[in-house]
Design a protein around this ligand. Structure first.
Ligand code: NDP
Length: 435
């Protein structure tokens, strides 16, 4: 804590990993030397930079940009870019740290990284978004490359922003490479990448439910967020027979007791991805649904909860409410959406609980598949990518069960994911010496 003052999110993420990994290290002598864990919590490199740009009115604006290159033991740094006013060093270091373990779990050769800026895309014109992305990439381009560091999207960064950043990288470097993932299909993007995090989250939840002889069929599902991850988690949950009754944003949530079916979800996608509007607009088209301002959806009775908005969006009291209302499964689509108190409640109640680094790894895994396709200079079909995604999520589930089973039938997926992610990175770091 003294080395990382004012970094509560980073310390929270490290503590959660340390609590499960330290006992494992104590039982496994080979991981006890060379300051392994101490090296893992120290980023290999942090770049912070000024991003200055001009808005439509001709005013000069200044934001702060970041790239955290956390760990390259098993592959080039890999992780998303976040544009949100809350972005700071603590949040990006927590995300880059988590990313290292998550990428390891995917079985693909990707190290851990994360980046972003304290830029608020809300209310900006398309031209302003482009200007900002170009200014951001002008500096970032000096630090990334298809064999060095391959960023992707995250909160506030979707296909449009990745496209603008890719265009600027190409213009500056005069090379067409797979330096970013989440690209448009016409310039090297992978089919299923937009869907992958949400779909993967539901595939993971499905694997957990299967261990209890259960499925999505007929279950009521509460989803938070209404961005990329939430939309496709809702789509897949519905396709598997679940009834999704909520979506949210930072201002409140909508509750639709009849379920947000494919047609309603298409409207949400139009609202959020084309019009960049608020989720409250939903009730204008579907007046039987209700909008609850200033609250989160965890008070709604459900069987399955999929938190897909942001970190620390589900606290201990809300976790108690979910359990009391009969929720049997929580699979995190966002990164660290449950507070430590919430995780404790789920684990004490022994319900199925998957931490984001396992259950949302489908996004980065498919980014890894996009990198492979770019290297091969060919594109796989949707079916092929989806099949690989399913296989990877299944393998991650198996790894979690391997390291997280307590012998009585209960699986601690937090412990399982942390240890499985740790082992591969630790082995590579040991083999590469003290660097
Ligand atoms: P989007 O920007 O597409 O959507 C984010 C959603 O979360 C929006 O509905 C947004 O509402 C809401 N949100 C953001 N900040 C807050 C906040 N402080 N409080 C409440 N709600 C908030 O992002 P993604 O869907 O891509 O990302 C969602 C989560 O999933 C993040 O934790 C991200 O790190 C994680 N993730 C994403 C991956 C991906 O492939 N995209 C991969 C793995 C993890 P509003 O519009 O009001 O801000």
């Amino acid at each position: 804590a003294t080395r990382n003052p004012n970094e509560p999110e980073f310390l929270q993420a490290v503590k959660e990993v340390a609590e499960t990994v330290i006992p494992f290290i104590e039982e496994n002598k080979k991981y006890q030397n060379k300051m392994l864990l101490e090296r893992m919590v120290e980023a290999e490199r942090v770049v912070m930079f000024r991003v200055s740009w001009m808005d439509d009115a001709g005013n000069t604006k200044v934001n702060r940009g970041y790239r955290i290159q956390m760990n390259s033991a098993i592959g080039p740094y890999k992780g998303g870019i976040r544009f949100h006013p809350s972005v700071n060093l603590s949040i990006l270091k927590f995300l880059a740290f988590e990313q290292t373990f998550k990428n390891s779990l995917t079985t693909l050769p990707m190290g851990g990284g994360k980046g972003g800026a304290d830029f608020d895309p809300k209310g900006k014109s398309d031209n302003e978004i482009m200007k900002f992305c170009q200014a951001f990439m002008t500096e970032l381009s000096k630090h990334i490359g298809d064999n060095t560091d391959v960023p992707a999207g995250d909160i506030g960064v979707g296909g449009r922003e990745v496209g603008y950043m890719f265009g600027q990288y190409k213009r500056l470097r005069n090379e067409f490479t797979g330096v970013l993932t989440g690209k448009g299909i016409s310039f090297g993007g992978s089919l299923i990448r937009p869907e992958a995090t949400g779909y993967g989250d539901v595939y993971f939840a499905q694997s957990m439910l299967q261990t209890k002889g259960q499925s999505f069929e007929g279950k009521t599902v509460v989803v938070s967020g209404s961005g990329n991850v939430a939309q496709y988690a809702a789509e897949k949950a519905t396709q598997l027979g679940g009834k999704v009754v909520t979506l949210s944003d930072s201002a409140g949530y909508i509750y639709d007791a009849d379920g947000i079916d494919a047609e309603k979800l298409a409207y949400v996608m139009q609202l959020k991805n084309v019009d960049y509007a608020r989720i409250s607009e939903y009730t204008k088209k579907y007046p039987s649904a209700k909008y609850v301002a200033g609250k989160r959806p965890w008070e709604v009775k459900c069987d399955i909860a999929l938190p897909c908005a942001t970190q620390n969006e589900l606290d201990g009291e809300e976790a108690k409410l979910l359990v009391a209302n009969g929720c049997i499964c929580v699979a995190e689509g966002a990164n660290m959406p449950s507070t430590p108190e919430a995780v404790e409640v789920f684990q004490k109640a022994k319900i199925l609980f998957a931490p984001g680094k396992a259950s949302n790894a489908g996004g980065v895994a498919t980014s890894g598949l996009e990198m492979s396709q770019n290297s091969l200079r060919l594109s796989w079909t949707s079916e092929e990518v989806d099949e690989r995604l399913k296989r990877i999520m299944l393998d991650i589930h198996t790894s979690c069960v391997k390291y997280g089973s307590d012998g009585t039938g209960y699986v601690d997926y937090v412990k399982g994911a942390n240890i499985a992610g740790f082992v591969k990175v630790a082995d590579a770091m040991l083999a590469q010496g003290v660097v």
